[in-house]
Ligand binder design. Structure first.
Ligand code: IPM
Ligand code: MN
Length: 373
């Protein structure tokens, strides 16, 4: 089959990791006889430099016309350190989410057996963790009215949610739970926030239609603690935009590195796939960034297109790279001969195309790069 994929490399390490994700997709295309037609588009600090805006019209058009969107990373320290900047790279991503109606952000978090030793958390706490976070992505405080008073002394961000915004993601979260361990945990702050009370009421009502799924509630402060204390209690986490942003970075510690977490952002017509990590400007151009989150995002993209077997091929290659310890320094540590971004990509491509047999070849070829030979 032929698919058009909009590719937005973005800022920082975005282009490097996206490059490896495209190589993985090309390997899949070769093996399964597909054609992926890439349409490159700009967004973020690089777009501000080139066009004066973080999200050029052309990017929106390319994305709207594609079968799926693959995105790298966004952000640049020159804006982070300047609170007075009127135009910011992140506005590009937020506007794209809004324009394309990408309301449902899905972030899987699991503890890979081979990486448990890398996590700062204890083995018995994280082993077997398998969570998927459903984060609402186009509402809440991110998109409410923002104001700075004329005298610059008071700032306001409004948090607002409608029943419709809550309902559409809730249905998706419950449907996902039905294919998993049949539990949804709603994370909110219903003891304080009116919006959270509307979430509870709406989600409770909808849950009655999914009798096989258990619904639990947790206040977000308690949830932040529970995720580290006992992550195995969670199956599907459902939450609003800001809480989901925070909780998902926290949960990434379970996986051993934020460099492993992929995500999809789904709307009615379009879907975007991106690693949850940022632009990691310190690593830009050094060939040290972990490409796996980006490569796993490409796997989620394939699944979205209905190409489950193809997605599985990428996932197996990623798991194998972890088992064989062909990983970047965020996972391996600086003194243990970490593989470069492109070497990890080489292995993934090699493994997709040759499966089992190639490992030995690869290990021999790159013997100097690895500790386990
Ligand atoms: C994320 C990011 C974004 C967010 C930023 C870059 C706007 O942190 O996707 O989690 O806050 O949603
Ligand atoms: Mn975030």
């Amino acid at each position: 089959m032929k698919y058009t994929i909009a590719v937005i490399p973005g800022d920082g390490i975005g282009p490097e990791v996206i490059n490896q994700a495209k190589r993985a997709l090309d390997a899949v295309a070769e093996l399964y006889d597909h054609i992926f037609l890439y349409k490159e588009a700009q967004m973020g600090a690089c777009a501000i430099d080139a066009f004066g805006v973080p999200l050029p019209e052309e990017t929106i058009t390319i994305c709207k016309n594609a079968d799926a969107i693959l995105f790298g990373a966004i952000g640049d320290p020159k804006y982070d350190n300047d609170p007075t900047a009127k135009i910011r790279p992140e506005q590009g991503l937020l506007q794209l989410r809004e324009d394309l109606g990408l309301f449902c952000n899905v972030r899987p978090v699991k503890a890979y057996d081979s990486l448990i030793k890398n996590s700062p958390l204890k083995r018995e706490i994280i082993k077997g963790t398998d969570i998927v976070i459903y984060r609402e992505l186009t509402g809440g405080i991110y998109f409410g009215n923002k104001k700075l008073s004329a005298d610059g002394q008071t700032a306001t961000d409004t948090c607002s949610y409608s029943v419709n915004e809550i309902s559409r993601i809730t249905h998706l979260a419950f449907k996902a739970a039905q294919t998993r361990r049949k539990k949804v945990t709603l994370i909110d702050k219903a003891n304080v926030l009116e919006t959270s009370r509307l979430w509870r009421k709406t989600v409770t009502e909808i849950s009655k239609k999914y009798k096989d799924v258990a619904l639990e509630y947790l206040f977000v402060d308690n949830a932040a603690m529970q995720i580290i204390l006992n992550p195995k209690q969670f199956d599907v986490i459902l939450t609003e935009n800001l809480f989901g942003d925070i909780i998902s970075d926290e949960a990434s510690v379970i996986g051993g590195s934020i460099g492993l977490l992929a995500s999809s952002s789904i709307g009615k017509e379009n879907a975007l796939f991106e690693p949850i990590h940022g632009s990691f400007p310190q690593a830009k151009g050094k060939d040290i960034a972990n490409p796996l989150a980006s490569i796993l995002s490409a796997a989620m993209l394939l699944e979205h297109l209905g190409l489950d077997e193809e997605a599985g091929a990428i996932e197996r290659a990623v798991e194998k790279s972890l088992v064989l310890n062909i990983t970047t320094e965020d996972i391996k540590g600086k003194n243990k001969y970490p593989a470069s971004t492109s070497k990890v990509g080489d292995f993934i491509v090699d493994y997709i195309l040759n499966q089992e047999d190639s490992n030995l070849n690869f290990m021999n070829i790159h013997a100097g790069q690895s500790t386990i030979i």
